[in-house]
Ligand binder design. Structure first.
Ligand SMILES: O=C(O)C(=O)C[C@]1(C(=O)O)C=C[C@@H](O)C=C1
Length: 250
């Protein structure tokens, strides 16, 4: 093939295919750098960096002119490219946040009665957010028994981040008797980390959930539990139906 003026259509297409190979190779290299940028940024607004997008567009329009390309084509191509890269970078950024959240969590045995007030506060915040079916006097009754009766009856582990307790779980005889996460820390991996710890280290295979708490039910089912039974009344004989879940054989 000699030049664009004398080439046949198959030759033109072969030339375009060869160039696409080079362009995609360059896009792959660009992608690695964009991923590096995503991991360095602190929030999604920084990922989107609209000022930087305009800088890049101005720069490539100038380059287009220098090289005899259409600035409009180059701008349109780059806007599409960057927009796709932003979606990709947002996903990378989110994964790196998740990883950071998981790795900076510590799960440890409780320090004992000294920290029970902090754990009761977590319970209160979690139950207020998820157990709107619970009558006020039942709430007060359970709250009053946590430190004196419920905590001492289980192996109690606490999840903390930066030294601050954010959730706890209690286990007895292979049953997960309690797992609560401070409402402010919901969705940050605390519940998942506590559950994984109690399964892997404390031998949990069973958990009971209030039927009226679909969030908790969904949480356990999505992590491998299945329903094996139902009781009309809770352990104290009150009218809060309980679903019995067990870890499905793996
Ligand atoms: O320069 C950055 O900060 C990048 O993340 C790279 C890049 C790009 O693809 O050029 C991607 C996302 C931002 O919107 C800005 C620019």
């Amino acid at each position: 093939m000699n030049n664009q003026q004398t080439a046949t259509l198959p030759e033109v297409r072969a030339a375009i295919d060869a160039l696409d190979g080079q362009i995609v190779e360059l896009i792959a290299t660009r992608q690695r750098w964009v991923e590096a940028a995503g991991a360095l940024k602190s929030d999604t607004q920084a990922v989107r960096a609209p000022d930087r997008v305009e800088q890049v567009i101005a720069k490539v329009r100038g380059l287009a002119v220098d090289h005899g390309a259409s600035p409009e084509v180059v701008e349109a191509a780059y806007r599409a490219l960057i927009s796709a890269f932003i979606q990709h970078e947002l996903a990378v950024h989110e994964r790196s946040l998740e990883h950071a959240r998981e790795t900076d969590l510590t799960i440890r045995p409780t320090h004992g009665p000294d920290e029970f007030p902090a754990l009761v506060a977590i319970w209160r915040s979690a139950v207020r957010a998820t157990h709107d079916f619970l009558a006020e006097d039942d709430f007060a009754r359970i709250e009053g028994q946590l430190a004196d009766a419920y905590f001492p009856a289980v192996t109690l582990v606490v999840a903390e981040r930066d030294g601050k307790p954010l959730g706890f779980a209690g286990v007895a005889n292979g049953g997960l008797e309690m797992l609560f996460v401070d409402d402010a820390a919901r969705g940050t991996g605390v519940g998942s980390a506590l559950l994984a710890h109690t399964i892997e280290r404390l031998g949990v295979t069973r958990v009971d959930v209030n039927e009226q708490n679909p969030g908790a039910h969904g949480f356990y089912v999505s992590r491998g539990f299945e329903e094996v039974g139902r009781s009309e009344l809770d352990g104290d004989g009150r009218p809060y139906p309980i679903l019995h879940l067990a870890l499905a054989a793996r």
